[in-house]
Design a protein. Structure first.
Length: 389
C-alpha cells in the first residue's frame, strides 16, 4: 500500500491548493457582481456618507454651543438644503438665459464647423493638385463632365415623366414625438430609479449625523478582544482619510468655483455664475481636469466672437487649475490620502467600469478607505504598502 499512498497525498495536496486559490477568485467575482448589480444602492449610500463627512464639522461646531446632536444635525441639514435651493434657483436663472441664446450659439457653432470644413477641403484640394499628375487630372475632369451631362439628360427625362403625374398615395401618418421626448421615455425607468434613490439621501444624511456615536459603538460590538481594537483603528483611519479627501475637495472646489466665477465676470464672459462653478468642479477630476474645466468657459465665449475673451478664459482656467493642483491640493488632500499614481489610475478604470461617472468621482475615496483597512489589519498590511505612495 505504500506506493499508492504517495500519489494520493500529492493529489490531495494539489486539490487543496486549487481550492485555496479558487475560493478568493470566486469570492472576488461575487463581490464584483454584487457591486455592479447593486450599484444604485451602493452609490446612494456612499453619496450620503460623503455628504455626512462634509457636514459633520458643522454639526460639531453647533454642539460646542450646547446643542444636542439631533438638533444640530437637523439645523445643519436644513441649512444645506436651503443652500442647495438658492444655488438651484441661481442656476435656473442662468440656464433660462442660456436657453434663450441657444439659437445664437447653434449658429456660431455651425459657422465654425463650416469654416473648418472649408479649410480642410482647401488643404485636400491643394494636396490633390500637388500629388496627382496633370494627365490624370484632365482625365478625371473629363469624366466629371460626362457624368454631369448624363445626369442632366436623365433629369430632363424625369421631368417629362413627371409632367402628367398619376394619383399619389397618401403619406403614412408619422407617430407624434420628438427625439428628446423619445429618449426620456425610453429611459423613464432609469430616471425614476435615480430620483427615488436621491430622495433617500437627505434622510440618510440626517440619521448618519444624528446617530453617529450610536452607530460607532454598535459596530464595535461585533468584534471582541484585539479585533475590536483593529476595527476601531480601521474606522479611525477610514474616517481620517475620507474626511481629508472629501472635505478637502469640497473646500477646494468651492474656492475654485468662486474664483472662476469672479474671474469670468471680470472679463465679461456670459453666465459667470453658471460657468464658474461648472469649471471649478470639473477641474477636480484626476488627469482630465484641465481639459474638462476649459469646456464651459469656451462654450460660453462662443457668442462673443473676440479672441481676447477666449484667451482670457483659457488663461484664468489654466492658472487656477495649476495653482490648485500644485499648491492647494497637496496641503488639503494629498497629505492624508497616500495612493500611488498607478493605483489611482487602475481604481479610476475599475470603478468607472462598474459605476460609470459616479464611479470616477468615488474611486479615490473608496480606494483610500480600502488602504486604511489594509494598513490596520496585520495580514493585509502588504496590500496597504502596495497601494501606498
Amino acid at each position: 500500500m505504500a506506493p499508492i499512498t504517495k500519489p494520493l497525498n500529492s493529489t490531495a495536496k494539489a486539490v487543496e491548493e486549487a481550492r485555496h486559490f479558487s475560493v478568493p477568485v470566486v469570492a472576488a467575482g461575487v463581490v464584483i457582481a454584487i457591486l455592479y448589480y447593486g450599484r444604485s444602492l451602493f452609490i446612494t449610500s456612499i453619496v450620503a456618507v460623503t455628504i455626512a463627512f462634509i457636514l459633520d464639522p458643522f454639526v460639531l461646531l453647533l454642539m460646542r454651543v450646547r446643542l444636542p446632536r439631533s438638533v444640530a444635525s437637523f439645523v445643519v441639514c436644513a441649512t444645506a438644503l436651503l443652500f442647495l435651493y438658492v444655488m438651484g434657483m441661481g442656476a435656473y436663472a442662468q440656464l433660462s438665459g442660456l436657453y434663450d441664446d441657444l439659437p445664437k450659439y447653434g449658429q456660431r457653432i455651425g459657422d465654425i464647423v463650416d469654416t473648418v470644413r472649408l479649410r480642410v477641403q482647401s488643404v485636400e484640394d491643394n494636396a490633390y493638385r500637388m500629388v496627382l499628375p496633370a494627365r490624370l487630372r484632365q482625365l478625371e475632369e473629363r469624366q466629371r463632365e460626362e457624368a454631369a451631362a448624363r445626369k442632366k439628360s436623365g433629369k430632363r427625362g424625369e421631368t417629362a415623366a413627371v409632367a402628367s403625374p398619376g394619383p399619389t398615395a397618401p403619406e403614412p401618418a408619422r407617430p407624434p414625438g420628438t427625439p428628446i421626448g423619445d429618449y426620456l421615455y425610453a429611459r423613464l425607468g432609469s430616471f425614476y430609479e435615480v430620483l427615488l434613490m436621491a430622495s433617500f439621501v437627505p434622510f440618510l444624511v440626517y440619521f448618519m449625523l444624528s446617530w453617529r456615536d450610536h452607530i460607532n459603538r454598535s459596530f464595535l460590538q461585533f468584534f471582541h478582544g484585539e479585533g475590536r481594537l483593529v476595527a476601531a483603528r480601521s474606522m479611525a483611519g477610514i474616517a481620517g482619510m475620507v474626511r481629508a479627501f472629501v472635505v478637502g475637495n469640497f473646500l477646494l472646489g468651492l474656492l475654485l468655483s468662486v474664483l472662476s466665477a469672479v474671474g469670468f465676470w471680470m472679463v465679461r464672459l456670459p453666465y459667470p455664475l453658471l460657468v464658474g462653478p461648472l469649471s471649478g468642479c470639473l477641474s477636480l477630476f484626476p488627469y482630465v481636469g484641465l481639459p474638462l474645466a476649459l469646456i464651459p468657459p469656451l462654450f460660453a465665449a462662443l457668442n462673443q466672437d473676440q479672441v481676447s475673451v477666449f484667451a482670457l478664459a483659457v488663461a484664468i482656467t489654466t492658472a487656477l487649475h495649476l495653482i490648485a493642483l500644485n499648491l492647494l491640493y497637496p496641503k488639503l488632500v494629498g497629505s492624508r490620502v497616500h495612493l500611488n499614481p498607478l493605483v489611482v489610475t487602475f481604481s479610476l478604470m475599475f470603478w468607472g467600469f462598474l459605476w460609470g461617472a459616479a464611479g470616477l468621482l468615488l474611486a479615490i475615496p473608496l480606494t483610500a478607505a480600502v488602504k486604511a483597512v489594509c494598513d490596520n489589519v496585520k495580514d493585509l498590511r502588504a496590500f496597504g504598502k502596495f497601494l501606498g505612495d
